[in-house]
Ligand binder design. Sequence first.
Ligand SMILES: [Zn+2]
Length: 180
Amino acid sequence: MGVLENLVEQDPEFAEAKFRSKVENEFVQIKLSMVTGKTERIKHYVSDEIYNRIVAKVEDDKANNRIQLYDELNVYSVQITSINELEDCFTIEVNLCSRALEYYIDRDTRKYLSGNNQSRVEKNNRLLFRKKKNAKGFNGVQKCPSCGASMDINENGKCKFCGSIFTLENYDWTIVSMDI
Ligand SMILES: [Zn+2]
């Protein structure tokens, strides 16, 4: 039996098209969070290590009084390049091809600083996703695990009431490797 068959057997909800659209959506939201600085919105998509690097990038831009923009960001393709089964988890490696106008503006004046705001740059992004074999799935987790308030984990990983960060790692695929 192949690795994909093993994955589907243990995770009947897995569907490649659904997974690829999830990857695309999360990638765009992560990039936008670097523009807006609202990184807590994407914290639940990524490992702590990746999250710390995203925050460091935003802080570095702030310290340099600039904002990174990804105008006209578009994902052109999402390809699964490998699926691996480890003892306690599955990993999926993805190549995501995106194009955007990547440039910096001044935080105060909003004027152009550097980068390419004329033509979109194509990038191949390697992303690695991991899902624990004992992940609980989303059924019944429409409520904050800390205070019980209802929350939409797809929209925001932070509880509006108690501020708890929802740890996606216990439920679904998490990004464990990504170029920031
Ligand atoms: Zn809560």
